[in-house]
Design a protein around this ligand. Structure first.
Ligand code: SF4
Length: 283
């Protein structure tokens, strides 16, 4: 039988668990519509389960005027100030499940923008978390990058004070490296490593496990940024790394001659899916 190592940090992080628990509690309320602003997590099973209990998803940036006012739960990624204001203006009660790690970034960008720093966000500009962060920069002067090269392409005057923050799920080592390269070129930067500790620990454990096994399985949603980063990290340390969304995607034939397999999962992967994958590997 295959020896299976499941990462202790696999699955729901505290921010996602908190948001999902809030929706579970509110889903039982009657009398008012309950919405989430965007899918509560990057997991279709969990979202459709909530939908069957009457929780509706408001598509991001959609017109709010046609919706019956009710309770809107903000997911752990957070939203921009404008979205918060629009929801209030349209009479929705806001339940804010934004992860405290993300709220911290909203505060940093407001504070440093007000102090005259140029804000640079290291991460994916199209990810909802980053869109939310951008929406808290009062001057709206900012740039998004994913590498030191992209920073230099911005041609920022080296005398301009720059505050660099990271998307919570960015690759920890890459962020540190990028900051070092920029500092060495003499830029006046204030770097805030805002990668959350849950992400950092999950990535470190993925490296450790991937280094000991012959094959690695990363479970996560295809839209999940932190799961994709985990796959990238695990692949760099174990060439037989597979990305799956559910147990149905797991092709055991590729693991036929494998004795040791590692499993990790992104922050929005329910435990049930991790257990199903583990059982299938141990059959
Ligand atoms: S990954 Fe980190 S920042 Fe995102 S919800 Fe989880 S704990 Fe919060």
């Amino acid at each position: 039988m295959m020896n299976v190592i499941v990462a202790k940090t696999a699955g729901f992080c505290f921010g996602v668990k908190r948001a999902v628990d809030i929706v579970s509690e509110r889903a039982n309320e009657t009398g008012r519509p309950i919405y989430t602003y965007g899918p509560i997590i990057h997991n279709e099973t969990v979202v459709s389960d909530f939908e069957s209990k009457g929780v509706r998803v408001i598509e991001e940036n959609s017109d709010l005027s046609g919706l019956a006012p009710g309770v809107v739960i903000i997911r752990s990624h957070g939203v921009s100030k404008k979205v918060m204001d629009d929801l209030s203006t349209h009479g929705f009660e806001i339940v804010d499940a934004t992860c405290p790690f993300v709220l911290k970034i909203h505060k940093i960008v407001q504070e440093y923008d007000n102090k005259g720093y140029h804000i640079v966000i290291v991460g994916n500009a199209n990810h909802p978390e980053v869109e939310g962060i951008i929406g808290w920069i009062p001057s709206q002067k900012y740039d998004c990058i994913t590498s030191a090269e992209e920073f230099f392409d911005l041609h920022i005057d080296p005398k301009t004070p720059v505050c660099i923050v990271s998307q919570t799920t960015f690759n920890y080592d890459k962020f540190q490296e990028l900051v070092e390269i920029i500092k060495q070129k003499g830029y006046d930067i204030c770097a805030k490593n805002t990668i959350c500790s849950a992400t950092e620990e999950r990535q470190k454990e993925a490296v450790e496990i991937a280094g000991q096994v012959e094959a690695m399985i990363v479970i996560g949603g295809t839209n999940s940024s932190n799961s994709k980063k985990l796959f990238e990290i695990a692949s760099a340390n174990c060439k037989n790394t597979y990305f799956i969304q559910t147990v149905d995607d797991l092709d055991l034939s590729v693991l036929q001659s494998i004795d040791d397999v590692g499993i990790t999962a992104g922050a929005s992967t329910p435990n049930k899916i991790i257990e199903e994958v583990q059982k299938k590997c141990q059959k």
